[in-house]
Design a protein around this ligand. Sequence first.
Ligand code: SF4
Length: 313
Amino acid sequence: MKQVSSAQTSVFVEPSPQEVMRRRLDVANQDAESRNQDANRPNSVFLEWEPSRRIHGNEIEPTRVLTLLLASSECSLRCSMCDLWRNTLSQPTPPGAIPRQIEYGLDHCREQNDFAAVKTIKLYNSGNFFDPNTTPAGDDARLIQLCEPFDRVVVENHPSIGTRRLYEFGKRLRGKLEVAVGLECIAPRMLKRLNKRLHPLQFFQFAKRLRDADIDFRVFLIHGLPWLMPNEAIRWTVLSARFAAAAGARHISVLPCRAGNGFMDYLQREGVFTPPTHQQMQDVFARLQSDPRFDNGPVLTLDTWGLDPDEVV
Ligand code: SF4
């Protein structure tokens, strides 16, 4: 019988956060010089169109959104598939830095003709908005002031981090708070393999508490995860989206799983991960759009960030 080494077997079990961190070293050094380390400037600022709601069936109403990709400290969790740490600062976010980044973004976009019509702001920080290392709590009053012109404020946050502060922030905002949560995939053991520190039931309970607090939520799903065959991946992405819709998600965004964090590159070399193609992403999105369970339900979007542009058809 062929001997299987411990390195080979580890690709089939739940990877430890330590192993994920060890594999990160393969790519972290390449990033060191290109990472933004200026805590007073966001990584990116742009205006985009986004579907805001369904009008009839699958017909959607678009809205203009100001998106800031904030520079802040790294998320304290160590999900196996996450490469967002590549966009983070290497120290806790200094007090006042997040408001300064938002001021920068607002100044940058105010000159745009249609800026007055922008009523949604997305503040994405590659982690958890209500983690005090990411956004110092003393900044909340100024953040609420800066968000005053917007009817909707979208932030990313894990269900187990900073939730008391989250509900308080939601109450103090003039507009509606929307929390974006990475549910990723509800296939058995998948969230454990991803080191997500989240169980589908915990997500469902969090969703209910958000609804009770009149806070909206959107869900990120990752398609093409390792350990799933392509046909299983489609099935589980559809089931995960139905689960998120049943929990009351306002918006479901499907993203491709990608290499680039060291650990996923390792799985790719070991043959248990192949990044989904653009065609596979379109196929799963077509399945979602034709599923009558989503009629009059959440907005569905496909985010192809990270896919090789050559594959875009
Ligand atoms: S919770 Fe989100 S930001 Fe944090 S490690 Fe996991 S995927 Fe990355």
